[in-house]
Design a protein. Structure first.
Length: 581
C-alpha cells in the first residue's frame, strides 16, 4: 500500500463522513418539527416507543443524533425516562439501515438489472439530480431533497474510494495478522468501541469495516466482536451531550450506555462459548459487506429482544447510578442540544410561544374581568402571569438568537425572525393586562364609576378585544391563515371603536355626566385595549408574512385591504356586530 493509497483512503473517509453528515442534516430538516411530534407523542407504550426510535433513526441515519435528541427531550421534561428507554432501543435497530445501503456496493453480476442496483451505477445520476435541485430550486424543501441526494452521492463516492484504496491490502501479511489479532473478542470489542468513539458514529465505523472487508482478510470472527464494540463506542455522543443536564437526562444517557454494555456482554459471552464449544467454520470465513450488515442487524435486534422485557430494570439501574436529590430540579425550557437540529429547536420555540400566548390571552381576559368586578386573586394571577411571560420572552429570545448564529438555512432563519417578533407582541399583551388591572384598582381606590352608557360601550369594546385575542391565539397555535385573515378587519373596527368611544366620552364630559378623573381612567382603558388589538394584528401579520416568505407586515396589510375579497365582507360583519351601538 503506497502513500498515495493512504491519501486516497483518508480522502475517501473524509468524503464518507461528510456525505453522511450533510445527508443526515438535510433529512432532519426535511422531517422538520415532525420529529418532535413523533418523539414526543408516539411513545405512549413500549412498542410505540421502540418503533418510533427505529423509524426516526432510519430517517436521519444516526442513532447518536436520535439519542442526543432524547436526552434533550428528557432534560426539557417532554419525555419520561421510561419512554426514552424504548426509543433508545429502537434507535439501535434503526441505525443498521445504513449498513444495508452500503452493502449494495458488494452486488456483482452481469445482468443490467443487477448492475443498476450497484451504487456506482446510479450514484452519478443521483448526484446530477441533487446538484440541479440544490442550485436551481427555489423552494427550501426541494433544496433539501437535492442536499440529501448529494450527501448520499458523496457518501457512496467516499465508500468507493476507501474500498479501492484498501484493495491492495489483501496481499499484505501485516494487515492479515492485525485482523487475526482482532479475533480475540475482547480486543475486537475495544477496537470497535475506540474507533466509533473517535468518529462518533456507529454507522460510519460499520461502513469503514465494510470497506476493509473487500480485502478478504476480515473474517467474521474478527468482524463480529468489532461490531459489538461499535455499539458501545456510539454511546460517547449521548454521554458528552448529557453533561450539564438534569438527573433524568443523565439517566437517559446512562441507559443508552448500560443497554449496549449489557447487550454486548451477553452476546459476547454467547459468541465466546459458541467459538470454544463448536468452533463454527463461519467465524473463519471472509466477511462480506452484506454479511457485516446482517451481523450488525442481528446483534442489535438480539440485544433488544433480550433487554426489551427488562426495560424497567434498566430504569431502576439508572436511578441507582444517579439517585434522586432532595431538592427538586428545575426543568430546562429550551435545551441547547436542540440547536444542532434547528427544525426541532424551532418547533420547541413555537410550542413555548403558544404556551406564552395562552398565558397572555388568559391574563388579558382576567384583566377585563377585574374592570367589571375587581378581584384580588385575579389581579395577582395577572401579575404572576406577566412575570412568567417576561421569563418566557427572555428564554425564547436568547435561544432564537443563538439559533440564528448556527448553520440554520434561510427558511429556518425566517421562522426564527417571525418568532422573535411574535414573542415581543405576546409579552406586550400581558403588560396591557397588568395595565388594565391597575386601572381597575384606580377605579376601586378612588371610588370612580362610569355611567351606564359608558359601561355598555366599554363592555362591547372588551368583547371585541377578547375576540381578537382569541383569533390571534388560534392563528399562532394552528398556523391558521383563514383565521389570521379575520384579525385585521376586527383590528380596524377596534381602532374605530376607540375614537368613537373617546368622542362620546367628551360629550358626556361637556354635559357634566362624567368627571375629569374618570376621563383619565377611561382614556387609559381604551388605549390599552386598542394597543392589545394592534399586537394581535402583528401576530397574525407575522404568520401571514411567513407563509408568503417575506417579513413586510405593512405590505401584507395593504395587500389584504386592497386585494382580499373577504376583507370588506368581514369588516362589514364586525362593524355590524360592534359599531351599531
Amino acid at each position: 500500500m503506497t502513500i498515495f493509497d493512504v491519501l486516497t483512503l483518508l480522502g475517501g473517509l473524509c468524503l464518507f463522513l461528510f456525505g453522511m453528515s450533510i445527508m443526515g442534516q438535510a433529512l432532519e430538516r426535511s422531517a422538520g418539527g415532525k420529529l418532535e411530534v413523533t418523539l414526543g407523542k408516539l411513545t405512549t407504550n413500549k412498542f410505540a416507543g421502540l418503533l418510533t426510535g427505529l423509524g426516526v433513526t432510519a430517517v436521519i441515519q444516526s442513532s447518536s443524533a436520535t439519542t442526543v435528541m432524547v436526552v434533550g427531550f428528557v432534560n426539557s421534561g417532554l419525555m419520561t425516562l421510561r419512554q426514552a428507554i424504548h426509543v433508545i432501543m429502537g434507535a439501535n435497530i434503526g441505525t443498521t439501515v445504513t449498513a444495508w445501503i452500503l452493502s449494495l456496493g458488494g452486488i456483482s453480476g452481469e445482468s443490467i438489472f443487477v448492475k443498476l442496483l450497484k451504487p456506482t451505477s446510479f450514484t452519478p445520476i443521483l448526484a446530477v439530480i441533487g446538484i440541479a435541485l440544490y442550485m436551481f430550486a427555489k423552494k427550501a424543501k426541494k433544496k433539501d431533497i437535492g442536499t440529501i441526494l448529494l450527501g448520499f452521492a458523496v457518501l457512496m463516492f467516499g465508500m468507493d474510494a476507501m474500498t479501492g484504496a484498501v484493495a491492495g491490502l489483501e496481499n499484505v501479511p501485516a494487515f492479515r495478522d492485525m485482523f487475526i489479532l482482532f479475533k480475540n473478542p475482547i480486543l475486537g470489542v475495544l477496537v470497535g468501541a475506540t474507533l466509533t468513539a473517535i468518529i462518533q458514529s456507529s454507522s460510519a465505523s460499520v461502513g469503514i469495516l465494510q470497506a476493509l472487508a473487500v480485502t478478504g482478510q476480515v473474517s467474521f470472527g474478527a468482524a463480529i466482536p468489532i461490531i459489538m464494540g461499535q455499539n458501545i463506542g456510539t454511546c460517547i455522543t449521548a454521554i458528552l451531550s448529557s453533561f450539564g443536564t438534569n438527573k433524568n437526562a443523565n439517566r437517559a444517557a446512562l441507559v443508552h450506555l448500560s443497554f449496549n454494555i449489557i447487550g454486548t456482554a451477553i452476546c459476547l459471552a454467547c459468541y465466546t462459548a459458541a467459538d470454544l464449544i463448536f468452533s463454527p467454520a463461519l467465524f473463519d470465513e471472509a466477511a462480506t459487506s452484506a454479511g457485516i450488515a446482517i451481523a450488525h442487524s442481528a446483534f442489535n435486534i438480539l440485544c433488544t429482544l433480550i433487554l426489551f422485557p427488562m426495560s424497567s430494570l434498566l430504569e431502576k439501574l439508572a436511578y441507582k447510578l444517579v439517585p434522586e436529590s432532595k431538592t427538586p430540579e428545575k426543568v430546562t425550557l429550551l435545551d441547547e442540544r436542540f440547536l444542532q437540529s434547528p427544525a426541532i429547536a424551532l418547533e420547541r420555540c413555537h410550542d413555548l410561544a403558544i404556551e406564552m400566548a395562552e398565558s397572555a390571552a388568559l391574563s388579558l381576559k382576567n384583566g377585563i374581568k377585574c374592570i367589571e368586578s375587581y378581584d384580588e386573586k385575579l389581579a395577582e394571577a395577572v401579575r404572576e402571569a406577566e412575570s412568567v411571560t417576561d421569563e418566557y420572552e427572555d428564554a425564547i429570545g436568547s435561544y432564537l438568537v443563538k439559533l440564528s448564529m448556527t448553520q440554520a438555512d434561510e427558511r429556518e432563519g425566517a421562522e426564527a425572525a417571525k418568532l422573535l417578533k411574535i414573542i415581543g407582541d405576546i409579552e406586550r399583551i400581558s403588560d396591557h393586562a397588568v395595565n388594565l388591572v391597575e386601572s381597575a384598582e384606580e377605579l376601586r381606590d378612588k371610588g370612580i364609576s362610569f355611567t351606564e352608557a359608558a359601561k355598555g360601550e366599554l363592555k362591547l369594546m372588551c368583547q371585541a378585544v377578547e375576540e381578537i385575542v382569541t383569533l390571534s391565539y388560534v392563528t399562532l397555535a394552528n398556523n391558521d391563515f383563514d383565521t389570521a385573515a379575520r384579525v385585521e378587519p376586527l383590528e380596524q373596527i377596534i381602532d374605530r371603536m376607540k375614537e368613537l368611544l373617546r368622542s362620546r366620552h367628551i360629550v358626556r364630559l361637556q354635559m357634566g355626566e362624567c368627571s375629569v378623573t374618570a376621563g383619565f381612567v377611561w382614556s387609559d382603558l381604551l388605549t390599552n385595549l386598542e394597543r392589545t388589538s394592534d399586537h394581535c394584528s402583528n401576530i397574525a401579520g407575522c404568520v401571514i408574512d411567513a407563509a408568503e416568505h417575506h417579513m413586510n407586515l405593512h405590505e401584507s396589510i395593504r395587500k389584504m385591504k386592497s386585494d382580499s375579497p373577504n376583507f370588506k365582507e368581514q369588516y362589514a360583519a364586525y362593524a355590524d356586530k360592534y359599531l351599531k351601538v
